[in-house]
Design a protein around this ligand. Structure first.
Ligand code: SF4
Length: 933
């Protein structure tokens, strides 16, 4: 029997191996358990078993199928228990050794968290030396050169001078503690493999191992020499230098292969960006009849989520097997936010912005701690409104807050309880307080006294458990997997050898975040069923009929690390370690192999001024051009898609309880306007009681500046109530003094360094306003910021109204009701002609009235000031323009009353749901935009 075989790149490796096994080892009753197959990874095991099952069509005992790593571990486990050192413990050991040998190596990176990236590089370097069987003698040259000085920072030179000692000490400590690094595991296996005969196996087949390091080569060579080993490669050794090298490393001759005819059908697609690429892939998948023998290969992990959101609704079964960066999940953002709140804390006071960021994280504000998640959400919104100063309390606008202050602030809980009542949720104040205390305890207090990794991990575990128990985590598999991964990281960290040693909390946070940077989470699925979504490593040895590759662009395929952060490239090369060349060839091999063995390959790449085609793709194009002797060897299909926004018909059902509440509550013109604009917005704001802020504390909104100006004008003009205002120099000076004081006490504390610009703008406008006021011949200011309460009765229901008028002036026996506006929306209703015969609806009223502000002021004030001429005005503080509104006949008055009646009846009608009235511009400014989707 041949013991060194080569398959063509176009062959289906698994099926061919299956035939090789059944032909050469017919074994009794289909028992292949005395054969071992060793693959580069674990994934091919399932595919080989499936191939055998299809061929045998009956029961069988499969071969023992291992990955090369598992095989090596099985050798070592014959002599000792395999205890592997964790990555962080290895780094800490290197850090301690470096500190002990020569402290100047740590210069500028004294703490463990600062040294960690270096420690990782050193551990990786030692691992490579061990894997490649590089003796300390070969390192002496490096040490010598380092003493003269490489072109690297001084402390790296010191480190290189000590590299042999570090490696020795590292090995000694591991040996003493009976621990193994990956490098030591391999070198240990290579040293002992000769002692074993592997009697339990008739043959050990090394399957499709492309790149092997020196210790692996030593092990495989030994097994081969014992007459046990069989090597099966794939590809022409004359085209792949790595295969050629293997002949020497393993002391074998790899046979030439007869190239097979036929080639796969390659189709090229170009997309403008990632989203176009995934849209193209979705289109390709829709055209494939059966996706069971199809793979999508993602060389870049970040493509996974955009891809899934595009295809998840069309593909029923799919299996994802590639690590997704934990760092890109909302769970990571949550913990990062928690740690940032701790970093900006001053003793017991939290920076309000960071505090709110924690509470507003979707995984926290949607926790169902009592009754349901809306309770937490409403409470968080109330806190947000209070801290932003939207609701007036002594904490409003504070930059730093103490948890206890919030827990003692009754307003939060009263406001929360009332808002929840409107939603039909009955909960008492004590229960609401306990929710906030629990959130503070788990997400803030448990991180306040961190001394070591153990106490830190306890905090992480507590927070994770609350999220697992009380959130809708299961509805979002990515978050569930991410939090499990955080928990396992916390477990790993709390069992570190130095987990009880005292550390600065900032160092612990930094190490935790650095650890997450490298962590990948994996999805579980059925690898043999449905569409397969795999990374470049996961396709090793597999074959699929249809192969779809995304991101076939340079710098992604191949993805190479050109920069060696610590060990200079010249050192690596002098030791015979060429990571770049090795990586490039491995990625090229995987790409070419899976394409060659498929029936159809769809290669999708990004085409724009910043991206180039992958060198591998250029190679394929060049090969095709040569064979066709044509430049246009491929017809590239360029993808584009039309964006059509199809909004969801969103609505909220109105319960009878809500209708009852709406009948009883007090209305204002602003409320009617909100309903007119969008009933859904009315629902969020006045039924659920949510005022969702789009920005946190650092962003002072236009409405807040508006209310500042209203208060200023009220205070300044108060002395003129029932008098003729006199805008003289003295008044102007007093007015500006008042402005300065108010601005400093109310605005300045909420703004950063750019507050002076805002101040100057407002000041200029106010000066212009005073000049304008001088020109108006006002006989008397009747009132300022006056509330008028009245009842409007329609269809037997009394609707309570309140309207707060900014100012009423008396001018030549007429009353002028003034509504100040500081923004650009100063809407005055149209002059409405007779609307007889028009059946009313909200849209029509919206079009005609635009705003109920002036009509309601007019109607209610004219009841107070009977038999007076009344005019309502919008006074724009920005442009100083005044727009008037008045009702000139009884029929106009009836018409406005009819509009108000129609809107009120619709609001209280339980059969009419709150509908979303979408308008792109309006919605983009809506504070409930994200709730409304
Ligand atoms: S996003 Fe648009 S539709 Fe939704 S509530 Fe806001 S304004 Fe209405």
């Amino acid at each position: 029997m041949e013991r060194v075989l080569t398959y063509d790149l176009k062959d289906n490796f698994i099926d061919k191996l299956c035939s090789f096994i059944t032909d050469n080892f017919p074994g009794k009753e289909n028992d292949f358990s005395n054969i071992m197959c060793v693959f580069p990874g674990r994934r091919p095991a399932l595919f080989l078993k499936r191939s055998l099952a299809r061929k045998i069509k009956g029961s069988f005992f499969p071969p023992v199928i291992l990955s090369i790593d598992d095989f090596i571990e099985s050798i070592v486990s014959k002599t000792r228990v395999v205890n592997k050192i964790s990555d962080l413990d290895a780094c800490y050991l290197i850090y301690s050794i470096a500190a002990e040998l020569d402290h100047s190596m740590l210069k500028g990176r004294e703490s463990f968290s600062e040294f960690l990236p270096w420690a990782r590089e050193i551990a990786l370097f030692i691992e490579q030396l061990d894997l490649e069987d590089i003796e300390n003698n070969s390192l002496r040259e490096i040490q010598k050169s380092a003493s003269i000085g490489y072109d690297v920072p001084e402390n790296i030179n010191i480190l290189l001078q000590n590299i042999i000692s570090i490696r020795r000490r590292y090995h000694d400590v591991l040996e003493k503690k009976s621990l193994l690094s990956r490098g030591l595991l391999y070198s240990h296996a290579a040293n002992i493999v000769g002692d074993y005969e592997f009697d339990e196996f008739e043959k050990i087949i090394f399957c499709n191992l492309f790149y092997i390091n020196s210790t692996q080569a030593r092990i495989m060579k030994t097994v081969y020499r014992k007459g046990k080993g069989i090597f099966i490669f794939q590809g022409d050794k004359n085209k792949w230098p790595t295969l050629k090298r293997k002949e020497k490393e393993l002391g074998i001759s790899i046979p030439d292969i007869e190239p097979r005819g036929g080639s796969c059908d390659i189709l090229l697609y170009a997309g403008y960006d990632l989203h176009t690429q995934v849209a193209i892939v979705s289109d390709i998948i829709n055209k494939i009849d059966n996706v069971n023998d199809t793979v999508i290969v993602l060389p870049r992990k970040e493509t996974l989520i955009p891809l899934l959101s595009e295809i998840a609704h069309t593909v029923k079964d799919f299996n994802i097997s590639l690590g997704y960066p934990l760092k890109r999940t909302p769970v990571f953002t949550l913990f990062d936010t928690i740690l940032n709140a701790q970093k900006s804390r001053r003793k017991e006071s939290y920076y309000a912005f960071d505090y709110l960021k924690v509470l507003s994280h979707p995984l926290i504000k949607n926790l169902s701690i009592k009754i349901e998640s809306s309770v937490t959400r409403v409470l968080v919104h109330k806190i947000e409104e209070i801290l932003k100063g939207k609701i007036k309390t002594e904490l409003g606008g504070s930059l730093f807050i103490r948890l206890k202050e919030l827990e003692d602030l009754e307003d939060i809980f009263i406001l929360g309880r009332d808002a929840l009542r409107n939603m039909d949720i009955k909960i008492d104040i004590d229960s609401l307080k306990s929710i906030i205390r629990e959130l503070h305890g788990v997400f803030f207090r448990s991180f306040e006294k961190i001394e070591n990794f153990n106490s830190f991990c306890a905090g992480i575990k507590g927070a994770s458990r609350l999220i697992i128990d009380k959130s809708l985590l299961n509805s979002f598999p990515l978050n569930r997997i991410a939090i499990e991964s955080i928990l396992s990281l916390a477990d790993e960290m709390s069992s570190l050898s130095f987990s009880k040693e005292q550390f600065n909390p900032e160092d612990i946070y930094s190490i935790f975040v650095q650890k997450i940077e490298d962590k990948l989470i994996s999805f579980s699925g059925s690898p043999l069923k449905g569409l397969q979504i795999l990374g470049l490593l996961e396709i090793r040895s597999l074959n699929f009929k249809n192969v779809i590759f995304i991101d076939v662009n340079e710098s992604i395929l191949p993805k190479l690390k050109f920069y060696e952060p610590l060990i200079p490239r010249e050192i690596m090369l002098s030791l015979g370690i060429n990571r770049l060349e090795k990586e490039e060839e491995i990625q090229r091999y995987q790409f070419m192999r899976i394409i060659a063995s498929s029936n159809k390959a769809f290669l999708v790449y990004e085409e724009n001024k910043d991206k180039e085609k992958s060198r591998f793709l250029e190679e394929l194009i060049w090969e095709r051009q040569k064979s066709l002797k044509r430049i246009d060897a491929f017809n590239v299909i360029r993808g584009s898609f039309k964006l059509k926004i199809a909004p969801r018909d969103n609505k909220a059902v109105k319960t009878k309880e809500m209708a009852r509440y709406l009948k009883a509550r007090r209305y204002s013109p602003t409320m009617l306007n909100t309903y007119l604009r969008c009933p859904m917005q009315f629902y969020f704001h006045y039924v659920l009681g949510i005022k969702e802020g789009t920005n946190l504390l650092d962003d002072l909104g236009a409405d807040e500046i508006g209310s500042f100006l209203h208060q200023l004008l009220e205070e300044a003009f108060k002395p003129f109530v029932n008098k003729k205002p006199s805008i003289n120099k003295e008044f102007e000076e007093e007015f500006m003094r008042l402005f300065e004081n108010k601005f400093s006490s109310e605005i300045l504390k909420r703004m950063r360094s750019d507050a002076f610009i805002l101040k100057e703008i407002i000041k200029t406008r106010l000066k212009k306003f005073l000049n304008e006021e001088k020109k108006r011949d006002v006989d008397k200011i009747v009132c300022l910021e006056e509330e008028f309460r009245d009842t409007l009765s329609f269809g037997g229901i009394d609707y309570n109204f309140i309207s707060k008028v900014d100012r009423i002036d008396e001018i030549s026996d007429s009353l002028v009701i003034i509504d100040y506006k500081s923004g650009s929306s100063d809407v005055v209703p149209k002059k409405i002609k007779n609307n007889n015969g028009i059946s009313l609806n909200r849209e029509y009223i919206k079009e005609q009235v635009k705003s109920f502000q002036l009509p309601v002021y007019y109607i209610i004030s004219s009841r107070y000031f009977k038999n007076r001429d009344i005019e309502a005005q919008i006074y724009n503080l920005r442009t100083l323009e005044r727009k008037s509104f008045s009702i000139d006949s009884d029929s106009s008055l009836d018409m406005y009353l009819g509009f108000i009646e129609y809107i009120l009846k619709e609001i209280v009608n339980p059969d009419i749901p709150f509908l979303a009235d979408r308008e792109e511009r309006k919605c983009s400014f809506c504070p409930f935009f994200y709730l409304c989707r």
